[in-house]
Design a protein around this ligand. Structure first.
Ligand code: SF4
Length: 341
């Protein structure tokens, strides 16, 4: 899953421009981006501030604005649907998409209108809908019902032991680990789509032999179609959130049954057919989460040298800052209030 508000430049004050509808300001839609897992994905951010039931040590969005389990209409459903309908008028742009991905700068299932939004996209576009969630509300019947209409659900389960669960996800008091695991199990028993379970491991926090054993047992009971192992590959909220090496993840992957993959990006990918993008496209992507130059070039299919030159210019003019993490340089906005997943 995976974005706060310290000093606020919220998405409401920074219009993003959905490519395909040049010049159109969007508050909730962003992209499309080339997602490694999902293909060409149009993102929909239904909680622009970081309101979440967790406060993960590896969160790339920053500190919570609010930590809660309260479900409500955080942004008007009608406004989100209006933007979706506007996008759908550009048939050519929509045809190119592989998927609509519902996410949030916090936790998207906190939005009480998520079911309506999923159903609207499915009915009007015919395209698959994916949801990135921390999975903490899946024990609630209404949430399970809302998500049934989606095609792909990607929940997180970073630990199946209470001690390490509290260390890595730092959940709100309203969250209980056993409810989450049961909720995922119950959901997947009825769900007709694909459930891909993401597990993010941080060194010395949730990667002990006991932790892995408990996770193997939990995944066996949940029966996800895929198990996706990840680590702290982006600048984390806490400096003690340290990544595992690829060979450590590979070793751990060997303990899990079924379809297990490592999704942590340790490589630099090459793009061949580049498109033109302006500074706003790049700023819009960085507004949502800290990114490396490679992330931007790959997601927006841009010439890496063009990205490097643009980033240099934006950094020099003070619009971006650079942070080092795990041997990579991440660009972010000074007052960034947004996230990943
Ligand atoms: S990583 Fe996701 S689940 Fe964890 S605190 Fe950040 S937004 Fe919430």
């Amino acid at each position: 899953m995976f974005f706060i508000i310290q000093q606020k430049i919220s998405v409401h004050s920074v219009c993003s421009v959905v490519r395909g509808l040049p010049g159109t300001c969007m508050k909730y839609l962003f992209g499309p981006v080339n997602s490694r897992r999902l293909g060409l994905s149009l993102g929909i951010d239904i909680i622009p501030n970081k309101i979440c039931s967790y406060n993960c040590i590896y969160c790339e969005v920053g500190p919570n604005t609010d930590q809660t389990c309260e479900r409500r209409e955080y942004v008007p459903v009608m406004d989100v649907l209006a933007e979706i309908d506007l996008l759908l008028t550009d048939k050519e742009a929509v045809d190119r998409l592989d998927v609509f991905t519902i996410t949030a700068s916090g936790e998207p299932t906190l939005h009480s209108g998520i079911g309506n939004i999923i159903r609207h996209i499915r009915e009007k576009s015919g395209k698959p809908v994916a949801v990135l969630t921390n999975g903490s509300l899946l024990h609630i019947g209404e949430v399970r019902q809302d998500l049934m209409a989606a095609d792909i659900i990607i929940p997180s389960l970073d630990s199946a032991r209470d001690e390490s669960f509290r260390k890595i996800n730092r959940p709100a008091a309203c969250v209980a680990l056993e409810d989450i695991i049961k909720g995922m199990k119950d959901f997947n028993r009825e769900f007709k789509g694909n459930l891909w379970l993401e597990i993010l491991l941080a060194k010395g926090i949730n990667d002990s032999a006991e932790d892995i054993e408990a996770l193997v047992e939990a995944t066996h009971s949940i029966q996800p179609e895929r198990i996706q192992l990840n680590t702290v590959v982006r600048p984390p909220l806490e400096s003690f959130a340290v990544p595992l090496a690829r060979d450590e993840l590979e070793h751990i992957a060997g303990y899990f049954h079924g379809n297990v993959e490592i999704i942590a990006d340790f490589t630099t990918k090459k793009q061949k057919h580049f498109r033109y993008a302006n500074q706003n496209d790049i700023l819009d992507m960085i507004q949502r989460r800290p990114c490396t130059a490679d992330d931007i070039a790959q997601a927006l299919n841009l010439d890496p040298s063009h990205v490097a030159a643009t980033l240099k210019e934006l950094t020099k003019s003070g619009r971006l800052t650079v942070t080092g993490h795990d041997g990579k340089f991440f660009y972010q906005k000074e007052n960034n209030d947004r996230k990943q997943n």
